[in-house]
Design a protein around this ligand. Sequence first.
Ligand code: CMP
Length: 140
Amino acid sequence: MATQRTLSIIKPDATERNLTGKINAVFEESGLRIVAQKRLRLSRLQAGEFYAVHKERPFYGELVEYMVSGPVVVQVLEGDSAVAKNREVMGATNPADAADGTIRKMFAENIERNSVHGSDSEENAANEIRFFFSDIEIVG
Ligand code: CMP
């Protein structure tokens, strides 16, 4: 298995409920290492650009408003097959479909307020990491 990096975002519904530590514990228990992390408030421009791939979807406007509604914690996770591992640990996008023990099953409120984002491919991970972090901010 190859060591990879993936981008994770702990979303406003989770920071609002003070769940950052509990979510990070799930990552660490799964073997993922948090090799960069910062808490910030996204601007509408940043949130819109980050989710530009969903621009034509009916939920795009609401998604952007939700992502700027409170602080987020952006992080780089590192480990064996980190992209797939993180998606496994997060669970399905809709918490109603998420498996027991996953972050979204345990913490998400609904399909939008679903507590975490994770990159969906190695290529997107590289782009999303670059969106938030410079190389010197990532310490493996
Ligand atoms: P995320 O994995 O960050 O990718 C896109 C986000 O859009 C998703 O998590 C949800 O927060 C949000 N979203 C809202 N409605 C939907 C929907 N119907 N399908 C997929 N994503 C949705």
